[in-house]
Design a protein around this ligand. Structure first.
Ligand code: BDP
Length: 710
């Protein structure tokens, strides 16, 4: 009941915050156009320069996808230089236009085929690619170039994606709700489909294509079997038709027990011939409606979802059965590794490794195993999953979470590129030094061509798509990194700010500073020094006293392990032994509490309250120090935002300024929750110079309800 109340009130919170977005208070920017704003170029000489290349768009290919590219360029040029530019079939010796040049080349690997080159040739801007999709990506890259004010003379930009399947995972349910969604309801209007096509589907596709995203899983991994019904396949096909025009393939999450619940079979055993035939026929039915269908995403034997283990079979048996059904088509099976059994003595950290490493090399080549970046669950800071360094015989895909489940929903500003980069750049040492996670998932380390990066979407029906205006940057950053994981967080932030918020350098620099520090600030007031805080709840505020749950690992106390001696989860050989799942060089980094980098300390060690850390402070003092610094730094974020005001649209300024106030209030509350609760174990005062919390722990706990009803 209490949980329901919290859920309800949180919905009210996110709805009421976002409702303001829909009111055109001052006719300002409502955020709908994302980073595709195409506002008039103010610099007159730059405008004249762009006009030189705006006489025509030549689309000799004339396909659905290049048609989308031409349409986008027309719309953009109309905005940028105020000209309606004709689309022509042939260049015919003309100059001063944008020319699509398709040069199919079957010797190229699939990835290279999607790449593009933009060059000035004989007075035209030529976008060249081996595929229509590549031309579309090139068109968007050209527009990025222009929107950031760069010159086109002698332009020569070349880019090839590093990962083949770049996709969003929507956790959207058929009833329009979104699991862990904080920006309104689902974009997909299932009731209206297939008859009515919401115009927003196309804008969604444009935004994704502009980043190079080429796949979308429409429904929640906690899947409803309904998506396999004829009724829904036809609805999905209508969305897929829109996505196709933007080079995006549509995928579905499947309910593993669908043969039984939907198909009326007596079993869903993956080795049963009838079950296999059911899936083969189902996949064939889907391809009849959606010829470019992408494949299935499967959550099996995880958090109560059915799976092959229900029949004594393995994850590989389940995945390979589905892969067999995809054999006649160009589709894949994405099998998630987010599993952890209800074993009270186990360390959840170790679970995925224990189930999956023995299956390495046993998956059909059409299967990609999708692994969350960390071993537990999308924490604000988590060590990389040990699976990345231990399954050389299986293509592993990355699952990042864009939606801010553990990052303050739509109320806190947290720029996620540094989270993604931290994991991608981590060294697994699987083939010696330099075996980064990025090289595992882009296939370069083990020689795979089926490679995948997925992001759990943060989009919803809110007018500005993501609730918090700055959360748009996380969608953007994910997309850009899925194309090129070598881009830096700074580059991506800079680009996004220029496209979306302001091209004025000073305000831009303040916003960039705010974004780049936001994640560390959040970690400081939320989970400093390697604390983590999942429990079965709404995952908004840390509530470290949560000790009751259906399973031990569905409580908060399970993770932080506070007691009178100290704090943290010992995962060394003296504790759960999870550290042994990493290569020796990685173990070395984290094995000894003296040498463990402080951000990871409590992930691997139970540390005494009075232990002196590298900073010269004791654990207790350092914790307090970080919690206070984090909460106070939100004030610094507010200042940065205010300093950027002159470069910002009023409406966006006000929206973010308001949300930062909420963030500040909550940061204090979260800080106090940890300090007061942990103090019951440390029995120590808040260090000198820091103002002790104004309320007691009991008062604070009581205020949870009030605090949620805003
Ligand atoms: C957790 C979420 C839960 C998801 C699950 C998953 O709390 O809602 O269903 O992960 O990824 O982060 O399957």
């Amino acid at each position: 009941m209490f949980r329901l109340l919290i859920l309800f009130t949180l919905c009210v919170l996110t709805r009421s915050v976002s409702l303001a977005d829909h009111l055109p208070v001052d006719g300002g920017d409502d955020g709908y156009r994302l980073w595709l704003k195409y506002e008039p170029v103010k610099d007159l000489s730059r405008k004249a320069h762009y006009l030189k290349y705006s006489s025509f768009i030549s689309d000799a290919v004339h396909s659905e996808i290049t048609g989308s590219a031409a349409k986008e360029l027309q719309m953009a040029l109309n905005g940028l230089v105020g000209k309606s530019v004709p689309v022509v079939a042939k260049v015919a010796g003309r100059r001063g236009g944008i020319v699509f040049s398709l040069g199919p080349d079957s010797t190229l690997m699939p990835l290279q085929q999607e790449g593009y080159q933009i060059r000035e040739v004989s007075g035209n801007i030529v976008i060249r690619s081996a595929t229509e999709g590549g031309i579309l990506y090139g068109a968007f890259a050209l527009l990025r170039h222009m929107q950031t004010g760069q010159s086109l003379s002698g332009v020569n930009v070349k880019s090839t994606p590093k990962v083949r399947y770049r996709m969003l995972n929507h956790w959207d349910n058929p009833d329009g709700t979104i699991e862990r969604g904080y920006a309104g309801s689902s974009l997909w209007k299932w009731y209206e489909l297939p008859e009515r096509i919401d115009p927003r589907y196309e804008d969604y596709a444009r935004a994704n294509a502009s980043l190079g995203i080429n796949g979308t899983v429409l429904n929640n991994v906690n899947a409803s079997a309904r998506f396999m019904s004829r009724e829904y396949i036809v609805k999905v096909a209508a969305i897929a038709a829109v996505m196709r025009r933007y080079g995006i393939r549509t995928y579905l999450s499947v309910y593993f027990a669908a043969p039984k619940t939907l198909g009326g079979l007596t079993t869903s055993d993956p080795l049963d011939p009838k079950v296999r035939a059911w899936w083969s026929e189902k996949v064939a039915e889907i391809y009849r409606e959606i010829p470019d269908f992408g494949g299935f995403l499967v959550k099996a034997n995880s958090e109560g979802e059915p799976g092959p283990q229900d029949y004594g079979r393995t994850h590989a048996d389940g995945a390979n059965m589905l892969a067999e059904a995809f054999k006649p088509y160009d589709g894949i099976v994405i099998w998630r590794a987010f599993v952890y059994k209800a074993d009270p003595n186990a360390d959840r950290f170790k679970a995925a490794y224990e189930e999956f490493v023995p299956l390495d090399g046993k998956f059909d080549p059409r299967v990609i195993v999708q692994v969350k970046n960390g071993p537990i669950d999308f924490q604000p800071r988590e060590p990389f999953s040990p699976l990345f360094g231990n399954m050389p015989g299986t293509p592993l895909g990355m699952e990042f979470q864009i939606t801010q489940e553990y990052l303050g929903f739509a109320a806190h500003a947290v720029y996620e590129a540094p989270i993604f980069k931290e994991c991608l750049d981590a060294d697994t040492y699987v083939k010696g030094q330099g075996s980064t996670v990025a090289k595992v998932i882009d296939g370069s380390l083990h020689g795979y061509t089926r490679t995948l990066m997925a992001g759990v979407a943060n989009t919803g029906s809110d007018r500005n798509w993501t609730g918090h205006p700055l959360a748009q940057a996380n969608w953007y950053a994910f997309g850009r990194l899925s194309w090129d994981h070598q881009l830096t967080s700074e580059q991506i932030a800079n680009e996004w700010i220029q496209l979306t918020l302001t091209r004025q350098p000073k305000p831009g620099a303040h916003i960039q500073a705010l974004m780049l520090r936001s994640r560390e600030i959040y970690v400081d007031y939320n989970t400093p020094l390697g604390l983590s805080r999942p429990w079965m709840g709404v995952h908004f505020a840390p509530e470290p006293w949560q000790s009751r749950g259906a399973r031990p690992d569905w409580t908060a106390t399970y993770y932080h392990r506070a007691d009178s001696a100290g704090l943290g989860f010992d995962r060394t050989a003296n504790g759960s032994g999870a550290l042994a799942q990493y290569r020796p060089q990685v173990q070395q980094q984290w094995n000894d509490p003296e040498n463990t980098a402080l951000p990871y300390l409590l992930w691997f060690h139970h540390v005494g309250w009075d232990k002196k850390l590298g900073t010269g402070r004791t654990l207790w003092d350092e914790l307090c120090h970080r919690l206070y610094t984090g909460a106070d730094s939100v004030v610094w974020m507010q200042q940065q935002w205010d300093l950027a005001r002159t470069g910002l649209d009023n409406r966006i300024y006000a929206d973010v300024a308001g949300r930062l106030k909420v963030q500040r209030r909550e940061a204090i509350w979260w800080r106090d929750a940890w300090v007061l609760y942990l103090q019951t174990f440390s029995k120590q005062p808040v260090p000198k110079g820091l103002e002790p919390p104004r309320q007691t722990l009991e008062e604070l706990k009581k205020s949870v309800g009030v605090y949620l009803i805003r």
